[in-house]
Design a protein around this ligand. Structure first.
Ligand SMILES: [Zn+2]
Length: 184
């Protein structure tokens, strides 16, 4: 029985590395996977999933307009989605339906909240609909589990307000625990 999976974490948790490992496992069994990343994540060039260990794969991209249900997945054994927080609620619904009507497992990797501690709409829906939800653990600089992240400007100052999406630009992020989120 195929399911919708959500693997969430703070920034810099090795999500993409895990995703590429799963793709590899399927392919080593001679199966085909569909890889997606957000069209707005151009950190490594459009349509690429890059792990921090410098492994890179080409991927399909999703913009808010993409209708997952209208795609032809043929013999695809698994759909893997990176940067899943950028999906629309409707797209999460489509993937949930796809898993249950076409029997293709869909594994989504993404952030739960943004640098302000506000939820991403796509992640809220994933947390509501995914049958299998798991946290990828990361450590804060203080040693506690990091559950959030903060945005750091090029001058090293923390940024507390601004647009939810600012990737591929100058901003840097650091995974932190809840206590450091409020005290830094
Ligand atoms: Zn901390």
């Amino acid at each position: 029985m195929a399911k919708l999976f959500f693997r969430y974490a703070a920034m810099n948790s090795g999500k993409s590395t895990q995703l590429l490992q799963i793709a590899n496992n399927y392919e080593s069994m001679g199966k085909t996977v569909a890889l997606y990343t957000s069209a707005i994540d151009d950190r490594y060039g459009v349509g690429k999933i890059t792990s921090r260990l410098n492994i890179q794969r080409e991927a399909l991209t999703f913009s808010p307009q993409l209708d997952f249900l209208s795609q032809d997945y043929g013999e695809t054994a698994c759909i893997l989605i990176d940067e899943a927080q950028f999906m629309t609620p409707e797209q999460v619904r489509q993937l949930h339906e796809l898993a249950h009507t076409r029997g293709i497992p869909v594994i989504c990797f993404g952030l739960r909240s943004d640098f302000r501690g506000h939820p991403f709409p796509g992640s809220s829906w994933l947390l509501s609909l995914a049958e299998d939800v798991e946290e990828i653990k990361t450590i804060c600089q203080c040693g506690k589990k990091a559950t959030m992240h903060i945005r750091i400007a090029p001058d090293g100052q923390r940024v507390k307000e601004g647009p939810q999406v600012s990737i591929g630009g100058e901003a840097q992020y650091r995974a932190v625990c809840g206590q450091c989120f409020y005290q830094l």
